[in-house]
Write a protein that binds this ligand. Structure first.
Ligand code: FMN
Length: 284
């Protein structure tokens, strides 16, 4: 299953790209509208990109009345990413969106590096969201967590259906001459190629910590079918494309084709057969 990473594709301006995905993941929606962080919000680095969008979104009310109906017209399964400053905010957004027939899952953004973190811990937020909706809930975790396995277990105990791994790292780039931060907010989210081994490790650790029994969406620097296969071998059941979509809008179709070739070359008949193979005991 190939998805986009939340915030990296606008399906309303690029519907043909979104239709190449198995599901479209909407940019994070919060209870109240958010104007986002000061400009500039994007910067290139030698090995990936920095962003500090700051969860700009119209708020759940306008999302439901203006955006969601237009997304529903695309006829593709939708996942909606949900954010908030408190557990009650997450819960209210989940309650308002979760039961829509077109919304196949909610992804709880527990890890945005560009806004102040919520007051409660990840498990409390998941428990509040779980009480508010029956929809499948994916907990999106940060690559900066010192104990990602422990947090993964706690959010699953609190009612999460699966995990989305990972959000962006934290990064900073300075202007060559003024030496001031290139991003308006200073520090931002760091994504792309440099995130690949970090994401791979998070997926590997969480697959092991959950005995391979929960769905995991792997993301972070995926640019080719081989990168996607690596995440699947580490334990992902689905893969999301993020920063690559800014450079290559044809990435969903291309990565899907490359992934099929990579699986075939190794004798895997189905993607599921490759899941978790990195965990097989090494032969002597
Ligand atoms: C411009 C931009 C906006 C993003 N917005 C969101 C967001 O709204 N919610 C979220 O959970 N993640 C957001 N992310 C993080 C991505 O979903 C993804 O986790 C991260 O970029 C790692 O994947 P990548 O290396 O393939 O880009 C954003 C990333 C970028 C580059």
């Amino acid at each position: 299953m190939i998805l986009n990473a939340s915030g990296c594709l606008d399906a309303l301006t690029a519907p043909a790209v979104a239709r190449e995905l198995d599901a479209y993941v909407v940019k994070t929606v919060t209870l109240e509208p958010r104007v986002g962080n000061p400009q500039p919000r994007l910067a290139e680095t030698d090995f990936g990109m920095l962003n500090s969008i700051g969860l700009q979104n119209p708020g759940v009310e306008r999302f439901c009345s203006e955006v969601l109906p237009r997304l529903e017209e695309l006829g593709i399964p939708l996942w909606v990413s949900v954010g908030g400053a408190e557990a009650t905010e997450y819960a209210e957004v989940c309650a308002r969106i979760g039961e829509r027939a077109t919304v196949h899952a909610l992804e709880l953004n527990l890890s945005c590096p560009n806004v102040d973190p919520a007051a409660e811990g990840a498990a409390e937020i998941v428990a509040a969201a779980r009480a508010a909706t029956k929809a499948p809930l994916y907990a999106k975790l940060s690559p900066l967590l010192p104990d990602v396995a422990g947090v993964a277990r706690s959010v699953l105990e609190a009612g999460a259906t699966g995990l989305s791994l990972v959000n962006s790292l934290r990064g900073l780039a300075l202007d060559e001459w003024t030496l001031e931060p290139k991003l308006g907010r200073g520090v931002g989210g760091y994504s792309g190629a440099a995130l690949r081994p970090v994401a791979l490790a998070a997926v590997f650790i969480c697959y092991e910590a959950t005995d391979g029994e929960v769905p995991i969406v792997g993301m972070g620097g995926v640019e080719t079918g081989k990168h996607a296969l690596d995440l699947i071998a580490a334990g992902a059941s689905a893969v999301a494309l993020g920063s690559i979509l800014f450079r290559d809008p044809k990435a969903p179709e291309r990565v899907r084709g490359e992934l099929a070739e990579e699986l075939d070359a190794r004798g895997f008949k189905r993607l599921e057969e490759a899941r978790g193979v990195a965990h097989r005991p090494q032969s002597d």
